[in-house]
Design a protein around this ligand. Structure first.
Ligand code: 5GP
Ligand code: ZN
Length: 112
């Protein structure tokens, strides 16, 4: 999608601090970290949010969770939180599916 910030990051049109990339997904550090470690994992394909996951595009979600397990293992993160905000009320500000991975501090529950 031409006017999507994260599609532009995937295309290299906007710089990012890359952590990992493969054919299906891209992982990069959040520009405004909310924890000592805070990165995002996104599908390369434009999917607006987790509410737009279907039987046609859901394989990438399982793949992203495999990548999250691999990256957190490699980074030595034994405890971390994975978050995906859906819709403005839940705090979504970029409408391209992404999973936040946060680690390195105590986390509260329920989330704010
Ligand atoms: P959301 O608010 O949609 O759940 O998450 C979007 C995230 O993208 C936010 O945590 C925000 O800091 C991050 N973000 C927004 N613009 C950029 C950018 O240009 N580069 C990077 N690396 N992260 C961004
Ligand atoms: Zn996009």
């Amino acid at each position: 999608m031409s006017d999507c910030l994260f599609c532009k990051i995937v295309a290299g049109e906007i710089p990012s601090k890359k952590l990992y990339e493969d054919d299906l997904c891209y992982a990069f550090y959040d520009i405004d970290p909310q924890a000592p470690t805070h990165f995002l994992v996104i599908p390369k394909q434009h999917i607006p949010s987790a509410a737009a996951v279907t039987s046609e595009n859901s394989a990438v979600v399982g793949h992203i969770f495999e990548v999250i397990a691999k990256l957190t293992r490699e980074l030595g993160l034994e405890s971390f939180r994975v978050v995906s905000n859906i819709g403005e009320q839940a705090g979504q500000s970029v409408f391209h599916l992404h999973f936040h991975v946060l680690a390195g501090r105590d986390m509260t529950w329920p989330p704010g």
